[in-house]
Design a protein around this ligand. Structure first.
Ligand code: FEO
Length: 404
């Protein structure tokens, strides 16, 4: 069967695969539009390199596509920009079918290649910042780009064609399209992806963006989603997102059991809207983690609506609070709205989770039973106070990076 191989530049082919049916990543991230595992073949006059591989299970499709351009047995290099299995999972098959090929990776990547894929030392070629491989009229240069989003990650840059292969960085989870201008909602997809995967590593992302300032780029060929043939589109977005630039926008994340918390949430949302604040509401019992992560990328504040269940946060709100803590969005402010039937606990737990994040908790409203007139006044007051803070001159908030 003829496979779709796409020539991006002379001697540069997309040989990746589309996983249209995948609906979940990491057991956490919804993939409503599937995803792609992009791999690229770069042919010089003398040598050929494969940049990244594909998810396990797609090895035969990858080999068939490579075979349309060159005999897979004649590969000289397999570049491992990232060790995660969706890009490196086919490495054992590739090295088996390409007996002369060396796996090109960072020193940290070499440790992972042994641990994950049992690659022998004599099949690996460790590269450092600025090292190059001459394929014959095609020069690959390697750029250190650690913690995007694992410690071993690097970028590969094709000098003559000004093509950047950044693996996960600049990606988007969608199986649609070949180029960025073919996917109407790609900026939204890219923002969700950034929130899900890169947001906890914004400092590392900023370092990478600074490194790219002096690199002329005509194509960005990531490992997920379309190729950016208008690279300034995604570069401009990543400059803002990695810097933690926020909008006068609030993420309102709530769950309610008998409507009391929801009533407080509605009052707060309407007060914020009246104050000229953008409001993105997520009902947590049915939330799409990707939608929530995407909205957290550029929101300045969070309103968490969370009733007490059995002396603690409602589990859906607990999950959302922990997600905020883990994803490290550039939120500056938070407020908590809560209700309880006969004993509290949600407010205390919300404070315990949000407190260490560096997000300023502006205030809270907690009610016993249904909201009365006083609760309405308190909630409106808290929302107005939050709106005033949001409208004050913004500065970025960048919590410490997570450990390995
Ligand atoms: Fe797409 Fe970090 O793997």
């Amino acid at each position: 069967m003829k496979r779709a191989v796409i020539e991006l530049r002379s001697g540069v082919h997309w040989v990746g695969v589309k996983d249209w049916g995948r609906r979940l990543f990491d057991g956490l991230i919804p993939l409503p539009h599937g995803t792609s595992y992009n791999a690229y073949l770069v042919r010089g006059r003398e040598k050929t390199a494969l940049v990244d591989t594909v998810n396990p299970g797609f090895e035969d499709e990858l080999l068939a596509k490579i075979g349309e351009v060159v005999d897979p047995a004649r590969l000289d290099y397999v570049i491992m920009n990232h060790a995660e299995p969706d890009h490196a999972g086919a490495i054992p098959v590739l090295l088996d079918r390409s007996p002369q090929a060396h796996l090109v990776l960072t020193a940290k990547g070499a440790e992972m290649a042994v641990r994950y894929y049992r690659v022998p030392q004599d099949r690996m070629l460790v590269v450092n910042e600025g090292d190059t491989l001459d394929l014959g009229g095609k020069t690959l240069r390697f750029l250190d780009a650690p913690f995007l989003h694992w410690p071993e990650t690097m970028f590969t840059y094709l000098v003559e064609d000004k093509v950047l292969f950044p693996c996960d960085f600049f990606g988007a989870h969608t199986a649609a399209g070949v180029y960025d201008d073919e996917v109407a909602d790609l900026a939204v997809r890219a923002q969700m992806y950034f929130g899900e995967i890169m947001m906890p590593f914004r400092k590392a992302g900023e370092r990478a963006m600074r490194k790219l300032v002096d690199v002329p780029i005509e194509l960005i060929a990531p490992s997920h989603g379309p190729v950016w043939r208008h690279p300034e589109r995604i570069l401009g977005l990543y400059r803002k997102w990695t810097a933690g630039e926020t909008l006068p926008k609030v993420v309102v994340a709530y769950v309610s059991m008998w409507g009391s918390t929801e009533r407080l949430v509605r009052i707060a949302a309407e007060t914020l809207l009246d104050a000229g604040i953008r409001v993105a509401v997520h009902e947590l019992a049915h939330v799409d983690v990707g939608d929530l992560a995407g909205d957290l990328v550029d929101a300045r504040a969070l309103v968490l609506g969370a009733p007490t269940v059995l002396g603690a946060l409602h589990p859906a709100a607990l999950n959302a609070a922990n997600l905020v803590k883990a994803l490290r969005p550039p939120l500056r402010y938070a407020a908590v709205l809560s209700s309880y039937g006969w004993g509290g606990g949600a407010l205390r737990q919300a404070g315990e989770i949000l407190g260490p994040t560096g997000i300023e908790v502006v205030g809270a409203v907690e009610i016993h039973g249904a909201p009365d007139a006083e609760a309405v006044v308190q909630t409106e007051g808290l929302a107005r106070e939050l709106a005033a803070k949001i409208h004050s001159p913004p500065s970025t908030h960048l919590p410490a990076e997570p450990g390995t």
